[in-house]
Design a protein around this ligand. Sequence first.
Ligand code: SF4
Length: 343
Amino acid sequence: MKGRARREPLLIRPGARFECVGDGLCCSDIHAVGALTDDDCEMLAMISEDAIDRHEEEEAAVMMMRSDTGRCVFWSEAGCAIHARLGANMKPTPCIQFPYALTATPAGGRVSTQHRCTCRTLGPLPPITEDSARPCLLDANGELKMEHVVLDEVPWTATEKIPFAEYQAREAPLLDALIAGRGLKNALDAEPFPALEGTTWDAVVEELLDFRGPSRAATASRWFGEALGFLVERRERTEQGRPWADAFEHAGARIVEPVSPNRVFGDWLADELWSMRWTHYGSLARARAEWATRLAVARRIAGWLDVSTPKRDNIAAAEAVMIVDVIGTTDPWDKVQRAMTEA
Ligand code: SF4
């Protein structure tokens, strides 16, 4: 196993569940749907002149979102028009891949999922299998497309690097605890809001609150900023409304047996751990503190939503996870990750 990173065999995270039931939340401006491949752009250009939004600074093309609905130009209550007219496989590559991601490791390709769609977080869902994940992970050449690579040296702390096999053994009890939703803070064994280099939590709050405009991403940023401001400085909260109410109410109707918030939070954190994207920023010890921070924010947000019944509690936790998952992918949070100091 030692040595190079491998994409095969596909390693499905234990307990991971997903099925696209067409809620369409992932087709909204909660994130940029991209980057589109050249083939995607060619295909989209044949269908519509207004399908592509080009981000020149980043040299990337993404799906155009409608300014009035904050949704992709192909989305309607009936679902994705490309999917309906041309079939699932004709959708742009990022749409086929979402919410899957692949990390190559010395043991094989770890399949993880993003948690910013109700199709991933609410209602009874089938287990992810190799067969269900594989078609979503292929690039235009039919090759498994990896987003991240981990070699045979994993940073456990700022001063300790361990072989991947040893990492797997040490990771196992943490993964089990997260999947079970058991004692999450104890399992993470880290304090939230670690010291930041070159900035302060106050400045982070200001930047998140300063994201103005009607988009869902902007509203998510303000929810996150308000929760963070409350936790680190006891700032007053101002009402933000729920721009996703329709999507979460619609998806919440699928719930048969409500899942506890700790199971929802643990499921999200288990994917963060399994993806190993955190190695991009430093050690697992640093990542634990970052997760403890976003977990505290998610719990605060969920507490501000309706938690009057087990079902409402389940929906609130899923909505809070969507916000912290979205903000976790933004430039302001990337800066926070880089500023987090290692003990
Ligand atoms: S092309 Fe279809 S699947 Fe992709 S974002 Fe638009 S509506 Fe969603």
